[in-house]
Ligand binder design. Sequence first.
Ligand code: ZN
Length: 241
Amino acid sequence: MRALVISDIHSNLGAFEAVLADAGEFDRVICLGDVVGYGPDPEECVSLLRELPNLTCIMGNHDAAVLDIISTTHFNHEARKALNLQKSLMTKSSLDFLSELPEKLLLDGITLAHGSPRDPIWEYVDQGGIAWAAFEYFESQGSLVGHTHTPAIFIESADFKVRLLKPESGDRWIPQERFILNPGAVGQPRDRDPRAAYVIWDLEENSFLFKRVPYDVSAVAKRIEERGIPSIQARRLNLGR
Ligand code: ZN
């Protein structure tokens, strides 16, 4: 059984299609939230996601914001502008789909959250201290999170420390200790590598394979311009940050 693990598609259809074309065969899909926000094609991304086999998806802060579940006052001006536009581009069916997503879920012995197991919508697990605190908030061996847009593995070690691995494309990792794993972002990477990021979880081997795949960033930048989304979103995709 192979699960495609993706997060933070952020309305970037070009990146999403590149990931699906690169991933090969998979039996199920785990999406860690932020399907919408920032990019030009929210409706197309939600529709494509819903067609995938055995989908489990959880809610991200941008998904919640587009639904008005959470206030957008914490979002920067550009992100807010993009969200208002996105709502106008989406069908009721897609908005209903987003509104039914859970915030946190235990699936096949692994805890899913967009931000962190402690604060599923908002918290960024981007340093050891935060990971250490978050380990208290789930019982399973591992947790999969998104939100930082950066591939990472935080490992709980016996000496009360947290080890951080920064996996590169092609790295395969098999957990021994408890862990919090982030596959990186499909649609807006922030580790200065513009390639779309994803993970293949092999449930028999219990291994996690990290992958990066290039896509046509300039075509997505053009779509961003056509939609009237602030050009900073296109610049970010080029820079991978
Ligand atoms: Zn995000």
